[in-house]
Design a protein around this ligand. Sequence first.
Ligand SMILES: NC(=O)C1=CN([C@@H]2O[C@H](COP(=O)(O)OP(=O)(O)OC[C@H]3O[C@@H](n4cnc5c(N)ncnc54)[C@H](OP(=O)(O)O)[C@@H]3O)[C@@H](O)[C@H]2O)C=CC1
Ligand SMILES: O=C(O)[C@@H]1CCC=N1
Length: 272
Amino acid sequence: MEQRSIAFIGAGNMARSIIAGLVCSGYPADKITATAPGPARREPLARDYGIHTGDDNLLAAEQAEVIVLAVKPQLMEEVCRPLQGIDLSGKLVISIAAGISAQRLNEMLATELNLVRVMPNTPSLIGKGMSGMYASDLVAAADKAFAENLMRAVGEVCWVEQESGINGIIAAAGSAPAYFFLFMEAMQTEAIRQGFDPQTARLLVQQSAAGAAEMVVANPDTELATLREQVTSKGGTTAEALRTFNEHQLSDTVAKAMRAAISRAEEMEKLF
Ligand SMILES: NC(=O)C1=CN([C@@H]2O[C@H](COP(=O)(O)OP(=O)(O)OC[C@H]3O[C@@H](n4cnc5c(N)ncnc54)[C@H](OP(=O)(O)O)[C@@H]3O)[C@@H](O)[C@H]2O)C=CC1
Ligand SMILES: O=C(O)[C@@H]1CCC=N1
């Protein structure tokens, strides 16, 4: 893929996940810089992946061809304002922030940005990310292609036609790893109650989750419901477990949780 110089503004969980995935996929580390005010998360990135790091956002952004805005939404305005001094016209700006619209980013940086909004997730760290992407018609095809290839280096990508679709991506992918971790935590806790030591309980849960996910990936033409039915013997144990989930409206709970994530993103669009 094309190799442009990239400045990550923010060196936290999500920046680290993308940087790790990129470097492991062969993207040259010396083309990547990450900035953060404190050394605690910035310096391990230099040590672990050989990228450049620093605390000078302005310098990093000025020197880069691509700027990835990777700070918390509530800090975005404070971080963007000083960057207004830079000529951003020839640069591609990628924002991974939830709940900050393209229009707000244009306001924060006081220019019509060449902007791609990306909603990634943390499995990018191991090349298993899922990113949703949005760009307006004003963004050049070459920039869209670069952004897509960048995220493809760390996982799968899909585009949304409307910017509001990014909030749906948050619910279905950006936030989603946490749902599965919560589910696994609950299972591990109960397995421990059933007498397994924590390590074995984790092994039982993680191997089942990884195996189930791999089966989904390996059988793209098989409906998820069919895979579920293949485990569920009539009158057996799985049927009882699933009946309990259904009795407690698991599907409704999942739907409500995903809608809550979307509502929060919409709320953040007004707040920040
Ligand atoms: N975590 C996730 O799974 C996902 C997150 N996102 C989005 O990614 C963005 C970052 O989230 P996440 O990585 O979780 O957040 P973190 O809190 O882990 O990281 C934020 C980073 O921003 C840095 N920072 C704070 N102030 C500044 C500043 N003035 N200049 C430069 N850097 C600064 C922090 O520095 P320091 O290290 O010194 O504290 C830290 O490195 C958010 O907008 C979020 O919506 C999107 C999809 C998934
Ligand atoms: O929790 C959040 O707001 C961010 C966006 C998606 C995942 N983490």
